[in-house]
Design a protein around this ligand. Structure first.
Ligand code: PRX
Length: 651
């Protein structure tokens, strides 16, 4: 696509930008440059100004950043505030109690609209219920729920009293849930009987029961929201009905006074070992950035916009952009319970039209699936309310970008390609929708305050070309660590460049205009449909099966999912047939969850290894993708292994 078209598109788009509040929105590249200059001149001063303007403090901070023990940075550390107060009370007090906070649509089609006043009352009732159950500030609460408003209520109720939530994606298995409960030593699990997915009720409560079976864990109670209406087992001494408990509670609960660095939530994500990492975020810094990025990279206007982020709250995207970001801004967020293509591939567009969605945020994988479904589906719905379109989770290919831009945005809506991670809390590299000229496939430039850089292996900045993506300066919403594993935090993100800067784990390229293009992970992390999965996690699951001696998992390019999972398996017993293949897939589904099931399992006699015993993953990636092998295989312990794998392929 020609660059000149992109600039002219920008002119066109500006016509659709609403009038703005100059302090909160960045409307031109001149303003962007001013912000960058402001940070360069006085970094802490700029953060101070933003934090005081954008958050409601019970006691304002005096110190912006404590760098005494890098990389354990502390932000606004002598300030006190409450996240739920910032997300709810503040807006009600400003006279917006009647404004819709959450629009919810269930998969069967029912709709709920919850105002700020109603949400505040419900969050207070839930917070009082948590207190009744003995939950105190600092205690961990696991939330394992479908996409229903109660999930957001549960998160906010935790923040109201200072409990630390850990949301576990509803499609994770009982075992994955148990691991997370144990790692965080949670006292309470909040769940639902079930939720609607693809026309049927997906059972959650039984998975919680399985996870807690055998006892020996820290969980005292399970609070169950009735949603699916499915029959569930009940342990009267442990299980409580959410509605029954809440209805006797008062709808007044003063927000706890919490330190800026009080832990807000843990969210587990995959890394390059078998064990997921509990990423820890804290109170003030996270919330500040959730709010600012809503304003900057989505141009979000509370009271006018209806914002829809399609991510499940089990992921960071759902945390920051379905719940905390929009609510910190006092705006309207839409939640949808079900599958985006149910009952037909027009469902997303029908919801956009029905609720006048103005800002729509999804993953490239969903866009590619919708392209495949055909243009007739969006054509059936009136999408004229849309004004900004976002993408996240993986690089977006230019074809998908152009389809999103022309068919969905009708050449009127800017596309914001947002690069960030669970660890970063919010967007890091993203266009400003009514300022930055975009290039399809590039996340463009770092947001103000973010010192993203592309460096070589020694940490030297690369002006133009490919290298590793790093962040040079601490930022408020950065992770504060890995729950219970200080060492892993240091090793994973800081050791590579001797603690000088944060290493994101992504490769990136910088072009002649300074635009950043994300090339994907450089470690053993897969990106399947925008979801992060560790190859080691899947390998550990496979070798836990009695038939498996050894396994190596690699990613393979996939037209829709970005990457698909290919596992090479060496058996110690059993017959390498279709039945075993299916059994192994099922097994991975049970250990981790359906999203981690290998798309392909290839049986091998042995895995290709170097003489020092390392599995040659690059080679396996080439074999999985059907690419020509250009690597020298002479260093392999047994070159015949590779030849056999290649022969199998041809056969
Ligand atoms: O590889 C990058 C990719 O997703 C990783 C982060 O995954 P997770 O923590 O699960 O968070 C996903 C949602 C924020 C990154 O290391 N990634 C994320 N956004 C983009 C991306 N790759 C390219 N372009 C993006 N916009």
């Amino acid at each position: 696509m020609a660059e000149e078209t992109i600039t002219s598109m920008l002119e066109e788009r500006r016509k659709f930008a609403p009038p703005r509040n100059e302090t909160a929105h960045i409307a031109s590249m001149e303003q962007y440059a001013q912000w960058r200059a402001r940070f360069e001149a006085d970094r802490e001063g700029a953060w101070r100004e933003l934090a005081l303007e954008h958050l409601h403090w019970q006691q304002p901070f005096t110190r912006v950043l404590n760098r005494e023990r890098p990389p354990f940075f502390r932000w606004f550390e002598d300030g006190y505030l409450n996240v739920s107060e910032n997300c709810l009370d503040r807006h009600v007090a400003a006279g917006h109690g009647a404004r819709t906070a959450i629009i919810w649509e269930g998969e069967p089609g029912e709709v709920r609209r919850i105002s700020y006043a109603e949400l505040l009352a419900e969050v207070c009732r839930a917070a009082n219920a948590l207190k009744q159950l003995g939950i105190e500030a600092g205690d961990r609460v696991v939330i394992y729920m479908p996409m229903i408003p109660e999930a957001a209520v549960a998160m906010l109720a935790c923040t109201r009293i200072g409990a630390v939530h850990s949301v576990v994606f509803g499609a994770f298995s009982a075992q994955a849930l148990r691991d997370r409960i144990e790692d965080a030593q949670a006292k309470l699990v909040i769940t639902a009987d079930g939720g609607w997915r693809r026309g049927a009720v997906h059972d959650l409560k039984s998975k919680v029961d399985q996870a807690l079976d055998g006892g020996g864990n820290s969980v005292r109670h399970v609070l169950v929201v009735r949603r699916g209406g499915n029959k569930v087992a009940w342990k009267p001494e442990r299980d409580l009905d959410w509605q029954e408990v809440l209805c006797v509670e008062s709808d007044v609960c003063p927000p706890a006074r919490l330190n800026a660095e009080h832990p807000l939530f843990i969210l587990y994500t995959s890394g390059s070992t078998g064990k997921p990492k509990g990423i820890l975020h804290t109170t003030a810094g996270y919330l500040l950035w959730a709010r600012l990025t809503m304003l900057w990279s989505f141009d979000f206007h509370a009271g006018r916009d209806v914002f829809w982020c399609t991510a499940d709250i089990g992921w960071i995207t759902g945390h920051t952009y379905s719940v905390y970001g929009p609510l910190a801004c006092g705006g309207t967020t839409l939640m949808y319970e079900g599958v985006p293509t149910f009952p037909d591939p027009g469902r997303l567009w029908q919801i956009c039209a029905a609720h006048d969605v103005t800002i729509f945020y999804t993953a490239p994988t969903a866009i590619r699936a919708l392209i495949k479904a055909g243009d007739e589906w969006p054509a059936r719905h009136d999408l004229s309310s849309l004004r900004v379109l976002g993408t996240v989770g993986e690089p977006i290919n230019p074809e998908a970008w152009m389809w999103y831009y022309t068919v969905i945005g009708q050449r009127r809506c800017p596309i914001v390609d947002t690069w960030w991670q669970t660890e970063t809390g919010g967007h890091m590299i993203a266009p400003l929708p009514f300022a930055t000229p975009t290039k399809p496939g590039s996340a463009t430039l770092p947001l103000p305050g973010i010192e993203a850089d592309v460096v070589d292996g020694d940490g030297k900045s690369i002006a133009e070309g490919g290298g590793l993506l790093v962040i040079r300066e601490p930022w408020p919403s950065m992770l504060r660590g890995i729950w219970g594993d200080e060492q892993r935090y240091l090793e994973t993100y800081w050791r590579k460049f001797d603690g000088r800067f944060y290493f994101a784990g992504d490769g990136a390229r910088r072009d002649e205009d300074g635009y950043i293009w994300i090339m994907g992970r450089v470690d053993d992390v897969l990106n399947v449909s925008g979801h992060r999965l560790g190859t080691m996690e899947i390998e550990s699951a496979l070798v836990a099966h009695e038939a498996v001696a050894e396994a190596a998992v690699v990613g393979r390019p996939d037209e829709v999912k970005g990457e698909s999972i290919c596992a090479f398996v060496v058996l110690k017993q059993g017959t390498p047939d279709e039945a075993l293949r299916q059994a192994l897939k099922r097994h991975v589904g049970e250990v981790i969850g359906a999203i981690a099931k290998p798309d392909e399992i290839r049986f091998a006699e042995a895995l290709p290894k170097t003489r020092s015993g390392k599995i040659m993953r690059r080679l396996l990636r080439d074999i999985a993708a059907g690419r020509e092998i250009r690597q020298d295989i002479s260093t392999l312990e047994d070159a015949a292994v590779v030849r056999r794998l290649l022969e199998d392929q041809q056969g």
